[in-house]
Design a protein around this ligand. Structure first.
Ligand SMILES: [Fe+2]
Ligand SMILES: [Fe+2]
Length: 135
């Protein structure tokens, strides 16, 4: 499943874009593990690494937007929270053996990430850039 990160979605200092790439890299590692036939426990360890980075990234992104007075932070955060909640619930189910990490789950995560970054993160990045460009 080739995944192309939208290159036009970058923040001024490049940190957020860098983290997005890192996150996609971790989800790719998960996908590779899936194709290589790794056990669910090993896949879960990879998923935990991705979830930890995701949490760090979302917290940093929200803090940056809060500091900048981003007017749409509430709606943006709601998307982060919905996805985080769904992923944590899924992770708990995998841990309990009632759900499995599959290709379709990874596709869903990719799609969410792609749509969120393409619209919400890009709008936020443009706002930050407009502040930086203001006299
Ligand atoms: Fe975001
Ligand atoms: Fe983001």
């Amino acid at each position: 499943m080739p995944f192309t990160w939208p290159e036009d979605c970058t923040y001024g200092d490049g940190t957020m874009a860098e983290e997005h790439r890192e996150l996609i890299g971790l989800v790719r590692k998960l996908e590779e593990g899936l194709h290589a036939g790794l056990a669910q426990a090993e896949l879960l360890a990879r998923m935990d690494r991705a979830l930890a980075l995701l949490r760090t990234h979302l917290d940093a992104e929200e803090a940056a937007l809060r500091a900048a007075g981003y007017p749409h932070l509430g709606a943006h955060r709601a998307q982060h929270d919905d996805m985080t909640r769904a992923l944590l619930e899924f992770r708990a189910n995998v841990g309990a053996g009632t759900a499995q990490i599959t290709e379709s789950v990874l596709h869903f995560v990719f799609q969410w990430f792609r749509t969120h970054s393409k619209y919400e993160d890009r709008a936020a990045a443009e706002y930050l850039r407009s502040l930086a460009a203001a006299p």
